[in-house]
Design a protein around this ligand. Structure first.
Ligand SMILES: Cc1cc2nc3c(=O)[nH]c(=O)nc-3n(C[C@H](O)[C@H](O)[C@H](O)COP(=O)(O)O)c2cc1C
Length: 170
């Protein structure tokens, strides 16, 4: 399976990065192809709401930045993992820009290949995932009808083991 992990943390040694690394190692060991993109290292602007992608652009965004790389990967992705620290009750702004730019590729419909999703979250305080969960449940599970493989948070003492088990179950 082709798996795309979008890491929204700017901290290369943070919890989110660790969750992504554990997942990648376990999924690769099962033969999956895993691409982890550190979105904070990319130049990705917010959506302009110009609707070019749904008109003349025929699914291609008018903005030429690093989102093109992610859009190309998304067309072949079978599982999408959204990984982020919680900033002000939600995913980081850098990852939110990427999600908004999904508009050209995942709206109104995801590519046929995309079937599964998961979310990794890291926060300073426990029980802070409501905002991010709302987006994940509403936009990815309900709207795009992806199969949810779970939301994993750093406040679960067994989180790394659970991520490994989820990757091994794919
Ligand atoms: C701008 C900013 C906003 C934050 N907002 C929250 C918040 O609303 N709730 C919370 O529990 N932690 C908040 N934090 C703390 C981070 O979520 C926490 O340090 C997290 O574990 C960082 O994950 P990382 O190490 O993977 O980058 C915030 C941190 C920053 C820098």
């Amino acid at each position: 399976m082709n798996i795309l992990v979008l890491n929204g943390s700017p901290r290369p040694k943070g919890k989110t990065a660790e969750m992504c690394a554990v997942f990648r190692e376990a999924a690769q060991a099962k033969g999956h192809h895993v691409t982890v993109i550190d979105v904070c290292r990319k130049n990705i602007k917010g959506c302009l709401a110009c609707e070019y992608c749904h008109g003349k652009g025929e699914g291609v965004c008018i903005q030429k930045d690093d989102m093109q790389e992610i859009c190309a990967l998304l067309k072949e992705t079978e599982m999408l993992v959204l990984a982020s620290p919680i900033y002000y009750h939600n995913m980081t702004g850098q990852l939110k820009c990427v999600i908004d730019r999904f508009y050209s590729v995942l709206y109104p419909k995801a590519p046929e290949s995309l079937k599964k999703a998961a979310m990794f979250l890291s926060s300073g305080d426990p029980d802070m995932e409501t905002g991010a969960k709302f987006s994940y449940d509403g936009d990815f599970l309900d709207y795009l009808k992806l199969e949810g493989m779970g939301i994993f948070t750093n406040h679960d003492p067994d989180v790394m083991e659970k991520i490994r088990e989820m990757a091994e179950s794919l």
